[in-house]
Write a protein that binds this ligand. Structure first.
Ligand code: SAH
Length: 243
């Protein structure tokens, strides 16, 4: 099996690439090969029985869609795991909390002038759902490791949200729990190619007035929380394959 691991920013995939004594599992990426394709760098490695392709897309929906499609079409990945950070919409989510997407939507997709709902275009759907099996695996990992994993709706758009009013609107319109800038575009691509996917985000900010300030302070820590969890999911996927 070939698994795509992607983030949007270097900080989100860096924990897989740096050799840290505290996380010996991550050292396998020292022996990777790098390929440049479509102005992005893809790292290929073997981890136990899995082939891994790791990349960060750069920020935003277009970049993320390009990378997800490349991982699937060019590198022939069978599954995609997204790791990264997000702003909290739900008051239940605090900085550092992990949220797994149960549904993803595009909050900035708007042809409501034609009577369609927000986030909808003809032949599309407002909400795209990740693999149930990967959500089960995530729950099993969280239970085993005693990690709190929240689940929720993730709203994606090409805007960094640092505005209580816009945040409130997204919360109301999409029943969203967290906001970011890539997840739903990755979801649309994976759904179109029928590739199971999973989107995990650790909260970096509250998407309000202090968001930009919070963001830089908590980015590295939250990115690490998310990538460590993805690493644990890889172990679980391997153990399931062996059974
Ligand atoms: N600091 C970066 C910009 C980060 S943009 C720079 O200067 O280059 C924010 C990134 O984190 C995006 O990839 C997005 O997916 C996620 N994110 C975290 N909090 C967010 C928020 N409040 N609104 C939108 N995206 C957010």
């Amino acid at each position: 099996m070939k698994i795509a691991i992607m983030g949007a920013m270097l900080e989100e995939v860096d924990p897989f690439l740096e050799s840290s004594e505290h996380e010996p599992l991550l050292r396998f990426f020292k022996k990777h090969s790098d390929t440049e394709y479509g102005s992005n760098l893809y790292h290929e490695a073997k981890y136990k029985d899995l082939d891994i392709v790791l990349s960060y897309s750069k920020i935003g929906k277009v970049n993320a869609a390009l990378t997800a499609a490349t991982m699937i079409e060019h590198f022939e990945c069978d599954m995609l795991l997204f790791t990264g950070v997000a702003g909290a919409v739900s008051p239940d989510l605090k900085i550092g909390d992990l949220v797994a997407a149960t549904q993803l939507c595009q909050h900035d997709l708007d042809i409501t002038a034609f009577g369609h709902p927000h986030g909808y275009v003809p032949e599309g759907k407002v909400y795209v759902e990740p693999s149930r099996e990967l959500l089960h695996i995530a729950k099993a990992v969280a239970d085993e490791k005693n990690i709190t994993l929240k689940k929720g709706i993730i709203a994606t758009g090409d805007q960094f949200i640092a505005d209580p009013e816009r945040k409130e609107w997204i919360a109301k319109t999409f029943d969203a729990d967290a906001i970011e800038m890539e997840g739903a575009s990755v979801a649309v691509v994976c759904d179109a190619f029928d590739v199971p996917f999973f989107v995990l985000r650790a909260i970096s900010d509250a998407a309000d007035m202090d968001a930009a300030f919070d963001f830089d302070e908590f980015l590295k820590h939250s990115a690490k929380v998310s990538s460590s969890f993805i690493m644990a999911m890889l172990e679980k996927i391997i153990s399931k394959q062996v059974q």
